[in-house]
Design a protein around this ligand. Structure first.
Ligand code: NAD
Length: 229
């Protein structure tokens, strides 16, 4: 179905829920070396360390609640139904806990595990992954369902189809430096979509963004969503 709206969210939408952003000075990766916990090489070198890192993040999610921005997007989905597609770079579950039913986690999700052998095997998982955790479909070793650097983001075909056809693309709380997500605005723009940015800081102007709204996500996202009434 042709989408009226495609929404892309990044770490900034979860910042006011107490989840650290990626590049902020208090960034959640500050104490970990990305090479160790977010690359295929790091995973091959020390699987337990990587599983433990994501266990820590997964188990910590219960201490964080969705904020007004997540809730506003969930309510917008109720109004727009299939005319809206929500894509997130976040691995947290705050969109789902706010009530969003259709969320494409392009960089993976903490609340899922994947299979080391078959990339199509993914399953919901809320506990602590160990070296003994197995894929329920084929018995191979599990791995975090996190897209490591150099791996292919998920749902790309579906996302690109929607970006080509949508009337409006909005990106919220993302620094727009991680590709391919950073390229969505130019892609949508080239197919005629209106492009809007909602962020704490308005980025340097770029030729693909038509409207920029500056402020905290918990304030500006609900206000922006109101226009779809
Ligand atoms: P980023 O940290 O690079 O950028 C965050 C952006 O959010 C910045 O532009 C900042 O100005 C903005 N921001 C901060 N607080 C805000 C607020 N209260 N309201 C509105 N905007 C705010 O994050 P990114 O662009 O999403 O890229 C980082 C990568 O790291 C992502 O791909 C994601 O997978 C991962 N990550 C995920 C989480 C999570 O799941 N919550 C958290 C950190 C990082």
């Amino acid at each position: 179905m042709k989408k009226r709206l495609v929404v892309l969210t990044g770490a900034g939408i979860s910042a006011e829920s107490g989840l650290r952003t990626f590049r902020g000075s208090d960034g959640m990766w500050e104490h970990e070396n990305i090479e160790d916990v977010c690359t295929p090489r790091g995973y091959s070198r020390d699987k337990k360390r990587v599983k433990d890192f994501y266990n820590f993040l997964r188990l910590g999610l219960k201490d964080h609640e969705p904020n007004a921005a997540h809730i506003a997007l969930a309510q917008l989905e109720k109004r727009l139904g299939n005319e809206m597609l929500l894509v997130t770079q976040n691995v947290d579950d705050l969109h789902e806990r706010a009530g969003s039913r259709q969320v494409l986690h392009m960089h993976g999700a903490l609340m899922r595990l994947a299979c080391e052998r078959n990339p199509n095997h993914r399953f919901v998982f809320t506990g602590e992954e160990t070296m003994e955790t197995r894929c329920p479909f084929c018995g191979a070793m599990s791995r975090p369902d996190i897209v490591f650097f150099e791996e292919q983001p998920q749902y790309m075909e579906e996302i690109q189809d929607a970006l080509r056809e949508c009337e409006e693309f909005v990106y919220i709380g993302t620094s727009s430096v991680v590709y391919p997500a950073a390229g969505f605005k130019s892609y949508a723009h080239s197919f005629g979509a209106k492009v809007t940015c909602l962020n704490l800081e308005v980025p340097a102007s770029d030729p693909y963004t038509d409207v920029c709204i500056e402020g905290k996500a918990s304030i500006i996202v609900p206000e922006w969503c109101d226009k779809f009434k």
